[in-house]
Write a protein that binds this ligand. Structure first.
Ligand SMILES: Nc1ncnc2c1ncn2[C@@H]1O[C@H](COP(=O)(O)OP(=O)(O)OP(=O)(O)O)[C@@H](O)[C@H]1O
Ligand SMILES: O=C(CO)[C@H](O)[C@H](O)COP(=O)(O)O
Length: 307
């Protein structure tokens, strides 16, 4: 197999890493293999609890084995990797993992020193605290069957370790995805205010401006946008420094009508020759639009590496 395009996604527990990885996997259908760094936990949940240590501490991840595996995957070699069973809270051996053309590694420490330089593209997912707490609580209670009070206690316990061991990795990312509550909530669109669907404002920070961005022009037809949208939507751009690097900032808030989203997708498909499979309903949320923009940036980086 040819050289693999390696993507690293880092962020807190419940920050949406798996959801973003799944979004990218869907777009590049059949070409992506994804795995989680959770599988490299060194201790069981019980052992961590007894030692009063959280999984956010990098000692709880076998970084050396993970690095070895990244190097093998990068050369297109399959790995025999451990598996962490979340239902039991234990690591067991082992499963074969075959790389795709694109490999996504997602986890708490994927962009650590010694690892971050191995990727072709790095993403850090960074939702606001209140959003992250809500997502994690819902996921851990409803999907993993944990007790609500245990999850709340753990969220509080983990916060210092998040700052100490996870948050700083964003300085190495090509793209930082920040997610905030929507600023469009004061809208008078009563019918949509009663909707259950949460609205978010997503800020994308692109720090890889040295990449030759000449392949794809993602044109936004503002006049169509104004006419077609029945739901609130806002977009803004600015540039600034992000931890010492010149960066482009794009803020997207609310929902975009599917016709406009589709036309953006068509431009991306035409200009890249990629099939890019996508499935949105009547409206595309700001997080879907963010995925599309990341995908555009990803394709640019992939193309620039072919030159
Ligand atoms: N864009 C989104 N909109 C609404 N909910 C979301 C979004 N992204 C993630 N979530 C919710 O947050 C929960 C956690 O997301 P996800 O599993 O992707 O996080 P994670 O970072 O991979 O977590 P962990 O590392 O703990 O496995 C999901 O169950 C999902 O319901
Ligand atoms: O932070 C996490 C994932 O990113 C998990 O909490 C960690 O992987 C440990 O899993 P569990 O809580 O199921 O023992």
């Amino acid at each position: 197999m040819n050289r693999v395009f390696l993507i690293g996604i880092a962020g807190d527990s419940g920050s949406g890493k798996t959801t973003f990885a799944e979004g990218i996997r869907r777009m590049f259908h059949g070409r992506v293999a994804a795995f989680s760094m959770d599988d490299y936990h060194t201790l069981s949940r019980k052992e961590r609890f007894e030692r009063g240590i959280t999984p956010l501490n990098p000692e709880m991840t076998d970084l050396e084995l993970f690095r070895e595996h990244l190097l093998m995957l990068k050369c297109g070699k399959a790995i025999e990797k451990p598996v962490y069973d979340h239902s039991l809270g234990e690591r067991r051996c082992c499963e074969r993992f075959e790389p795709g053309e694109i490999v996504i590694a997602e986890g708490l420490h994927t962009l650590y020193e010694g690892l971050n330089e191995l990727y072709d593209y790095r993403i850090f997912v960074d939702p606001a605290r209140e959003i992250k707490r809500t997502w994690k609580l819902k996921r851990d209670v409803e999907e993993r069957g944990y007790r609500r009070e245990d999850v709340i206690r753990e969220i509080i316990q983990r916060e210092p370790d998040y700052k100490r061991f996870v948050d700083f990795q964003k300085i190495y990312a090509d793209t930082i995805v920040k997610i905030y509550p929507s600023m469009l909530k004061s809208s008078e669109r009563i019918s949509y205010l009663s909707s259950q669907e949460e609205m978010y404002r997503v800020r994308l920070v692109f720090t890889n401006l040295s990449v030759n961005m000449k392949h794809v022009g993602l044109k936004l037809d503002l006049s169509r946008m104004i006419k077609a949208g029945e739901r609130d939507f806002a977009i803004s751009f600015f540039s600034d420094y992000y931890y010492g690097k010149r960066a482009s900032f794009i803020d997207v808030d609310g929902f975009l009508s599917v016709e406009i989203f589709q036309s953006l997708l068509d431009v991306l498909r035409d200009e890249t020759g990629e099939k890019l499979e996508w499935d949105v309903g009547e409206y595309a949320s700001s997080t879907e639009i963010a995925k599309l923009m990341i995908c555009w940036n990803l394709v640019e980086v992939m193309n620039s590496e072919k030159i």
